[in-house]
Design a protein around this ligand. Structure first.
Ligand code: AMP
Ligand code: GLY
Length: 426
């Protein structure tokens, strides 16, 4: 099978690494890829937002399956464009991708199909939003409706804070059009969990659980980021709660969309809060999580390419996925300043020394490599260093030991990935 993978982050590196292991694969291209992906795929210099260019390439090379990594392309309708040309694609169409592309749409679907989620209101009028925030019981969460790279959510302890967040978002200054509509919702408390499910719109199979660490600094302090580290599986939940998440937070939504005439095909990411009154949905994403994919996929024994093709063909026959018993933990090395302003172009040293450890993987995100093999930083999240271990503690030790071998100027990372979970296990 000839495969085209689209994207250039850590998520796409682990996808490329996993797809490359499939006996079904004959050739793997990645557009545009990054310094690490080029070791397992042929990188082609087409920008990830150039749908016409990607389509022309897929036709010219007779690609059998295109796997779309980033959400923006799915929300823009890449899957519909490829399907209209008779090309198989892994990822939902434009309408289904609205689950991530519009938080108001996601909330509306959850309400309609009885998926537990925080109480909310949607506003397109700034004064009405502010009025609601002033009257509402605090804290509240203010969310930009559209895509904002994980930064469009503000937790507000006071009405004043909420009013400021609403002004900033609705004026368009922060997120442009994406912020002109906002969702204001109740704060939920509990442990967060990421659940991924593969579906062709009818059959649903779950992947292993994982937990991300969204805040920039240790002990969950600092601004929200795209994710600073993750581990899988989550010892905090047993099979009973996991099954409840699938039954109350995933299945009714996919069935509900089908009832609306929308087939959800691809991977569905449900961000879950385990509250005292059970699991609630925080958000849906229409793609693999990053860095969740970097800790879930190394544990997967099954052939991912085969399952992705079944999903893309609308015939998901695989019943369950096989997993390694091991735990996996991944730590993101970021550029100093991320998620705010940061500088690029610093030389990264020690990747091969880190990679040589047993069951250690260095997944590239914001890296570039030149013809001499010199690797430099080119993004906020630079690398995810992930490791498998007999248990979470061993995975933690291996990942952090490997990470110590890598250096670049102004790097920073969290030192406490998985710590809370290890306490649960004690
Ligand atoms: P979202 O992009 O909607 O997942 O929000 C990003 C992060 O904000 C989530 O991972 C949570 O940590 C936090 N968050 C979002 N909504 C809520 C909520 N209703 N209650 C508490 N935390 C929330
Ligand atoms: N790690 C969170 C996300 O991928 O949205």
């Amino acid at each position: 099978m000839k495969v085209l993978l689209i994207g250039s982050g850590g998520r796409e590196h682990v996808l490329a690494w996993k797809i490359a292991q499939s006996p079904l694969l004959t050739k793997l291209y990645c557009a545009p890829g990054n310094g690490g992906i080029r070791e397992v795929a042929e990188c082609v210099a087409i920008n990830a937002d150039d749908i016409d260019g990607l389509l022309a390439f897929a036709k010219k090379e007779s690609i059998d399956l295109t796997v779309v990594g980033p959400e923006a392309l799915l929300v823009a309708g890449i899957a519909d464009r490829f399907k209209a040309e008779g090309l198989a694609v892994f990822g939902p169409g434009k309408e289904a991708a609205q689950l991530e592309g519009s938080k108001a749409f996601a909330k509306e679907m959850m309400s309609k199909y009885n998926v537990p989620t925080a109480e909310y209101e949607v506003f397109t009028n700034e004064n009405e939003a502010k009025h609601y925030a002033i009257e509402a019981e605090m804290p509240v969460v203010v969310k930009a409706d559209g895509l904002a790279a994980g930064k469009g959510v503000k937790i507000c302890e006071s009405s004043q804070e909420a009013v400021v967040a609403i002004s900033q978002m609705m004026s368009g200054d922060l997120f442009g059009e994406a912020g002109k509509k906002v969702v204001v919702e109740q704060l939920l408390e509990g442990e967060e969990l990421s659940v991924l499910a593969l579906t062709d719109g009818e059959t649903i199979i779950s992947l292993a659980s994982s937990q991300d660490h969204k805040r920039a600094y240790d002990s969950d302090r600092g601004p929200n980021t795209g994710g600073m580290g993750a581990y899988s599986p989550c010892p905090q939940i047993g099979d009973d709660v996991f099954n409840r998440v699938m039954e109350t937070c995933v299945a009714p939504l996919i069935k509900g969309l089908a009832a609306e005439g929308i087939t959800y095909s691809g991977i569905l990411y449900a961000g879950i809060m385990l509250t005292k009154s059970g699991p609630y949905v925080l958000e849906y994403n229409c793609r693999f999580g990053d860095p969740e994919a970097q800790v879930v996929l190394p544990r997967l024994k099954s052939d991912l390419l085969q399952v992705m093709k079944e999903v893309a063909d609308g015939k998901l026959q695989t019943k369950v996925l096989e997993w390694h018993e091991k735990a996996c933990l991944g730590v993101v090395m970021a550029s100093g300043g991320y998620p705010g302003h940061y500088e690029n172009g610093f030389v990264i040293q020690g990747i091969s020394a880190a990679n040589s450890g047993e069951d250690v993987f260095v997944f590239h995100a914001g890296t570039s490599s030149d013809a001499d093999g010199k690797i430099t930083t080119s993004g906020g999240r630079v690398l995810t260093v992930a490791a498998l271990g007999g248990n979470l503690r061993q995975a933690y030790d291996r990942a952090y030991d490997a990470l110590q071998k890598i250096q670049f100027d102004h790097s920073y990372y969290r030192r406490d990935i998985g710590r809370r979970a290890m306490e649960v296990l004690r």
